[in-house]
Design a protein. Sequence first.
Length: 276
Amino acid sequence: MKKTLRILLTFAAILILILLAIRMFDFYSDQAEWERLIQLQPERPALFSPAQIENLPEPARRFLAFSIQPGTPLFKVAEINMGGKFSLGSRENPAYQEMEARQILASPFGFVWSLNLPGAIPVSGSDSAGWTRFRVLGLVPVARMGGDANHARSAYGRMVAESVFWTPAAVLPGPNIEWQSLGKNSARVIIRKQKLAQAVDVHVDADGRPLEVVFQRWTNANPEKKFKYQPFGGKLSDFREVQGFTVPFKVEAGNMYGTEDEFTFFKAEVQSIRFI
């Protein structure tokens, strides 16, 4: 009996050490990617001029003129702290949980979103252009994926869509960035990076305020768990000026946007945003 107990305790100790090692690896890789993305911010960026957008379709021009004040340093990397609610459930039973999250966004080069759900059974982890890693109780892995073409394409779609409203300097016209008109109050931006390309539709009001973003996201969030393009989108509100940029502090987004199967699983309330 004592021998069996010693074996079990030894096994448990080894398992805990392995889990701790994985946790430390995740922490340091998160930090390394965060620091890499910070370094992409130019020290002395160009200043925004309306001349930069004068040849764009009118809805796109109206959106960017609302989002960036003349003379604003065109910082393209942002750190965002957010609260709100997040669902790990389903459309029928969302079971929203309070969330705490921080993110660095450096489209189209990468992002890291660090999440903590401090519920009865805490869930934490991070999402990025290269991985999705989450654990319960701060230690036990429950999701580890990434490093393949499917994940890269899905993450790229999220990153580009978020850059439209949180880092608008990153979607100004330039190489690999194309704007198209979709109507009086709608525009589409297409951003390319190597083999990846993502189109995002922006719907604006008369002042250029973006009310919705919609795009086709590569995802397996479906009953078949098969990767395919599905509508994804969100509503934007509570706009505030930060360092010359006007950005939404409230974002509600989800899968199958605009359909009868729409599921809003992400309800973010920005606490601070900083263009570092």
